[in-house]
Design a protein around this ligand. Structure first.
Ligand code: ZN
Length: 150
């Protein structure tokens, strides 16, 4: 299941594997600690504040503001066809942080620290294994399946 995210399983506990299932549906899920209310994204099975293992999934609204960003000009291996591109760290309104590429609704020249964005999960279903990734779009953009590559 975590092959959807590439080689790195960034969620180390099987307790939170439903996260990947929700992502496939285009939903962005965080976790909320049932003991102290701590909100985490990506979801954590064990609370970073009180160490409780009791949590529930909550759907995040995907709204956030850009904390910082960078322009990638020299491609890492495997991304040679994609440069230049912009990645940004976003502080999510519902809690937590996320790293994502800026999407087509935000030209590079308009990217600013503090800018409001909408996180949009994109899904490639045509290829195996199914790939899910995020883009940052203008507020109000809804999620969708990535266009088929011609
Ligand atoms: Zn807690």
């Amino acid at each position: 299941m975590f092959s959807w995210f590439g080689k790195v399983s960034f969620v180390p506990y099987s307790k939170v594997q439903d996260f990947a299932v929700h992502l496939k549906d285009g939903r962005l899920m965080g976790s909320v600690c049932k003991e102290c209310g701590q909100r985490s994204f990506p979801p954590r099975a064990d609370c970073s504040e009180c160490m409780s293992g009791e949590f529930e999934f909550r759907e995040w609204n995907g709204k956030g503001t850009i904390h910082t960003f960078t322009r990638i000009e020299a491609a890492p291996t495997g991304f040679e066809d994609d440069v230049p591109f912009t990645v940004a760290v976003v502080d999510l309104e519902d809690g937590g942080r996320l790293l994502a590429w800026t999407g087509e609704t935000i030209p590079f020249g308009e990217v600013r620290i503090g800018m409001e964005v909408q996180v949009v999960p994109r899904i490639f279903e045509e290829i195996e294994p199914i790939k899910v990734y995020y883009t940052l779009e203008r507020p109000g953009t809804t999620w969708g399946k990535a266009p088929k590559s011609e």
